[in-house]
Design a protein around this ligand. Structure first.
Ligand SMILES: CC(C)(COP(=O)(O)OP(=O)(O)OC[C@H]1O[C@@H](n2cnc3c(N)ncnc32)[C@H](O)[C@@H]1OP(=O)(O)O)[C@@H](O)C(=O)NCCC(=O)NCCS
Length: 371
């Protein structure tokens, strides 16, 4: 029997603190008028000190599980896509797994910058279709405010914090993720990057002095690349699925810049109202922007069961890709669950395991010393 990977739950986590363009005028030499006319962005959210990429990702995942009616212990796989992961390793997905109490789940991160959510969703859907797993949580989560130079007006006006998550479930019913295309052009690796902090340029006093631990971007080539690939990837995925653009009900693009979306819409000869846009309120939240926009579309009734939706994005790497899905929404026979309850249990469990590990390592240490 054929297996399909259905999108049955979604959730978002958006920090409360709003940073407006007016606020930015006090921080760098810019203006609300410049930012709105060049990007369409009016405000963005900034994580509070106690929020992290994993905590936002976990909040979004819990919301998504609630919608899908799944317990954290039902989850087989968690993939986090992030451009601002908590560490190089361990994976942010493992921290999310611990917070939400998804004790049976494998967990890993994907690094494909802003295209990451599309790539991750495609990987999870493949794992479901092959019969390897049944339930997956795919998360895009960011605290970009921590890696942006707040004195660099070229970048700091663009980005925001937040997280979005989808639940994917196996089913024999046709639908769900239908096709995807993934592309990369590493010759453009240098135009959008976080230069230091990896193994090539480990963090040092010198890298910090030169601000190499912040996002660096050459905006114009990224803009040119984006305007070309958004329409290209959309057409490619639609053709691969044997459909035409007329079959598509909604496009949920990466929310980087309104002008990029206008060029893509012109290239596709599609009206802007076929595009879900909320970048005016959240800015560019990298991997999180597509699930945040899709969740809003679903909640506002712009994405309904049976709709054909294209998710399309681009980002550092350079990477780009698109994914075509038939929207499902929560399954009718789903049970009422409260994944929130599992958090407390997960915390107790995690504390117990940490304590046990400490005690054991001490005992073994003493054994070795003959104590
Ligand atoms: C960043 C971006 C908005 C800049 O817009 P642009 O129209 O290309 O602007 P330019 O870089 O040509 O700069 C034009 C002028 O505005 C200035 N400028 C740049 N940032 C500014 C700001 N925040 N406020 C005011 N002026 C600014 C520049 O210094 C330049 O001045 P100059 O002509 O005196 O040198 C645009 O290139 C872009 O969106 N690129 C893609 C970025 C992106 O999406 N990145 C994320 C990928 S996932």
């Amino acid at each position: 029997m054929s297996r399909y990977a259905h999108i049955t739950g979604w959730g978002v986590a958006l920090p409360e603190h709003v940073l407006t363009n007016k606020d930015l005028e006090q921080m760098v030499d810019t203006s609300d008028e410049w930012i709105v006319s060049r990007t369409g962005i009016r405000e963005r959210r900034i994580a509070s000190p106690d929020q992290t990429t994993a905590s936002l990702g976990a909040d979004a995942a819990v919301e998504a599980l609630k919608v899908a009616g799944l317990k954290p212990t039902d989850v087989d796989l968690i993939i986090v896509a992030s451009s601002s992961p908590e560490h190089i390793f361990p994976a942010t997905a493992c921290i999310v797994q611990d917070i939400i109490g998804a004790t049976r789940a494998g967990a890993f991160d994907i690094s494909a910058a802003c295209s990451g959510f599309i790539f991750a969703l495609n990987m999870a859907a493949q794992a479901i279709r092959t019969g390897s797993i049944n339930n997956a949580v795919v998360i895009g989560a960011e605290t970009l405010s921590r890696i942006v130079n707040w004195q660099d007006r070229n970048t700091c006006i663009l980005f925001g914090d937040g997280a979005g998550a989808f639940v994917l479930q196996a089913s024999g019913e046709p639908g769900g993720v239908l096709e995807a295309v993934m592309h990369a052009d590493g010759s453009g690796a240098d135009v959008l990057s976080l230069p230091a902090g990896g193994s090539k340029l480990p963090t040092s006093a010198d890298t910090v002095a030169h601000g190499l631990h912040y996002v660096h971007m050459d905006g114009r080539p990224v803009f040119r690349f984006a305007t070309r690939v958004m329409a290209e990837a959309t057409q490619e995925v639609v053709a691969k699925a044997g459909l035409t653009l007329d079959d598509i009900d909604l496009i949920v693009p990466h929310q980087a810049n309104y002008r990029i979306l206008e060029v893509a819409a012109r290239g596709l000869k599609m009206p802007m109202d076929k595009f879900m846009v909320n970048l005016d309120r959240y800015g560019n939240t990298s991997t999180a922007s597509i699930p945040i926009a899709a969740a809003e579309a679903a909640e506002k009734g712009r994405l309904r069961r049976g709709d054909k939706v294209v998710l399309v994005g681009f980002g550092g790497g350079l990477t780009y890709g698109a994914l075509l899905a038939e929207w499902t929404g929560p399954l009718p026979d789903r049970p009422e669950v409260n994944p929130e309850r599992y958090r407390l249990w997960a915390k107790v469990r995690s504390t117990g395991l940490r304590l046990k590990r400490k005690v054991l390592s001490q005992t073994l240490g003493e054994d070795k010393l003959g104590g």
